[in-house]
Design a protein around this ligand. Sequence first.
Ligand code: ATP
Ligand code: MG
Length: 463
Amino acid sequence: MIRKFIEKVFSRRKSGSLVGTLPKGPEMIAVSGHGVRNSGISTCARRVTDTLQAQGFKAYVVGGAVRDLILARTPKDFDVATSATPEQVHALFRRSRIIGRRFRLVHVMCGPETVEVSTFRALQSGAGDDDQVKDEHGRLLRDNVFGSEADDALRRDFTVNALYYDPSTETILDYCGGVHDLGVRTLRMIGDPGERYREDPVRMLRAVRLAAKLGLEIDPGTYAPIREMAPLLQNVPAARLFEEMLKLLLSGHSVACVEQLRGAGLHHGLLPFLDVILEQPQGERFVTLALQRTDERILSDRSVSPGFLFAALLWHEVLAAWRLAQERNVPPVPALHEAMDQVLSVQAEKIAIPRRFGTDMKEIWMLQWRLDQRTGKRAYRVLENPKFRAGYDFLILRCESGEVDAELGDWWTRFQDAPEAQREEMIASQPGSAPARRRRRRGGARRAAVDSGSTGVPPVEPV
Ligand code: ATP
Ligand code: MG
């Protein structure tokens, strides 16, 4: 249906060359041309648009939600764009608050749902207007200039994200040919792609993520400048990069995204861990496996922990640093601490990993050492660790990737569910468990394992 409509309406018009020109007016697309019924709009978003419209303001559902509904996907959340100022919106909703420094937005809460309401904004400000400030690379630092509905469409990133849906009439206002582009499965930048990436380099990551998530082809003109402009990502604040990386990795399509990142040359420099890891076969296997598992969990609505994911992405870096520290004769546990701190501080310069994730990551990494210590009371203590489950899942991934012997993972799989007597037996059958000979045999067993490469854990001193 969409295709038929497109042929009729959009054969007259080509999008993608809108830079600097305001479109004459939007295409008004009735429900027969896009198929989105207002029953697909959340109660909260509907309440917001109805209330604003009743007060004489313009109000539409915009962005990802409209795009997802046209593609018959369930939107993650709903955004509303309006002609009302943040203060006017705030005054209309008891449970709302104004947020944001760069963009001032209003969050309207209804029950558990939050709808983000933004005032129409413009990309271009008038001469001498200092509300739009750029850095020396052309990156927009502030662009909180209010504008018309048409301005608001043009300042958005991709044509498929610039669709305005009015739930009261079930009509879409399409300024940039987004419905057409969805019909032909194309992700196209609004305006001049190079200029738009310069204004906000994160749009390069958004292109990769949205294309992978929605199964769209990136239009050649939109794709072409990315390789050359990739270094601009270096100027993006680390916290914003982290946020975007997290979205990308938790999109449910992280394997495809990472492939696209590599293809577009976006992993170089930007993500040192991907750079290094994806080039070593074992590291690549481990990371790909971790990403696959994350995608599977997300697509089946199970929870994922960002700490676990980042711990996996950086694990081979930690392993390498741990090994180096031990080669300098630092004992294993301090060497592991040193390695973890070093890897995290390098990452902090690029991507600000929030402290709470850093703590989780360290616990998971530390458990990798402790899970390899199965003698005496140690195995029981590990079992009581609140992060045991994450540490164990991580170990299983390592086994599956071939980094450590499957025996270690199997042992823990059996041990956690075994009755007490069997647990004792399992511990007793560990090399080096007999107390009298413990010290000598432990060291010997450990060295033998390391020499044969069976555990994958770096060489360690007997403890
Ligand atoms: P998702 O499904 O991940 O939420 P989304 O497109 O809705 O995708 P949001 O980050 O929620 O992404 O942004 C909402 C809308 O704001 C987008 O659809 C787009 O119109 C606009 N937008 C977001 N980021 C940018 C950007 N960097 N440059 C221009 N417009 C943007
Ligand atoms: Mg969204």
